[in-house]
Design a protein around this ligand. Structure first.
Ligand code: G3P
Ligand code: CA
Length: 240
């Protein structure tokens, strides 16, 4: 079997650039990624911002929880210097700013709603409104580990592409995905190669795998014969 997966850059080209910054997203496009995966959280005043953690502590020069900060406070932070001095001055992008850039290219976009730790009331609607505003609905997939959040997205927009996120080999996640009638799971190699991976495929679900950084791992999946629609990687250039 020789599959050609769709390649999503995980948090942008985060192996070589500071994750979830415009520098990482632009680098992903330059490296030939088909798509970009990014994480969103929401500020106290309702701005959707692109950052993986619930706090700014790990990836900026500041401290604090996003839910307690204003968009202005988040915008003032340096989100590149922690990775390398060469990227000092990079900012935490807003989803609005990202879509403005992405609407001028043809990349697929995977927006992960980080609602599994902080519920961020209303985030689903705000993300859908931005997708609509930038006319991006044909090329966006919304994913989340929080299946209640996915459910809210489906209720608000039954036609937008959604995917359930599964960490490791979780039967309960597969059951929830079936209950919601999901047609895609973003999951790990261990799940894909397990009996649950096969069960998901039998139920018509596409599998997209994270985080595949080693060609060796991809070869193992490929040789297993399990169909994988896409991989999500920190190093898109390795798979191009
Ligand atoms: O969307 C796949 C992957 O990004 C989920 O895990 O922690 O990297 O957001 P995490
Ligand atoms: Ca993610």
């Amino acid at each position: 079997m020789n599959q050609q997966p769709v390649i999503f850059a995980h948090r942008g080209a985060s192996g070589t650039h500071p994750e979830n910054t415009m520098a990482a997203f632009k680098a992903a496009a330059e490296k030939g990624a088909d798509g970009i995966e990014l994480d969103v959280q929401m500020t106290r005043d309702g701005e959707i911002v692109i950052i993986h953690d619930e706090t700014v502590n790990r990836t900026t020069n500041g401290k604090g929880a996003i839910e307690k900060m204003t968009a202005g406070e988040v915008a003032a932070l340096d989100a590149g210097g922690w990775f390398s001095a060469a990227f000092s001055g990079e900012k935490i992008p807003t989803l609005n700013e990202f879509f403005r850039w992405a609407s001028e290219n043809t990349l697929q976009i995977n927006v992960e709603l980080k609602t599994n730790k902080v519920p961020y009331h209303g985030i689903e609607k705000k993300v859908l409104d931005l997708i609509e505003h930038y006319n991006m609905r044909g090329r966006v997939i919304i994913s989340s580990f929080n299946f209640d959040s996915i459910k809210r997205v489906i209720e608000l927009d039954p036609y937008i592409a959604v995917a359930g996120l599964v960490w490791k080999i979780r039967r309960d996640a597969l059951v929830k995905a079936k209950d919601l009638g999901l047609t895609a799971l973003h999951t790990q190699t261990s799940f894909a190669l397990s009996e649950y991976g096969k069960e998901a495929i039998k139920h018509g679900m596409l599998l997209r795998l994270y985080t595949i950084n080693e060609v060796k791992e991809w070869n193992r999946i490929n040789e297993s014969g399990v169909p994988v629609e896409a991989i999500i990687t920190d190093f898109p250039e390795r798979f191009r």
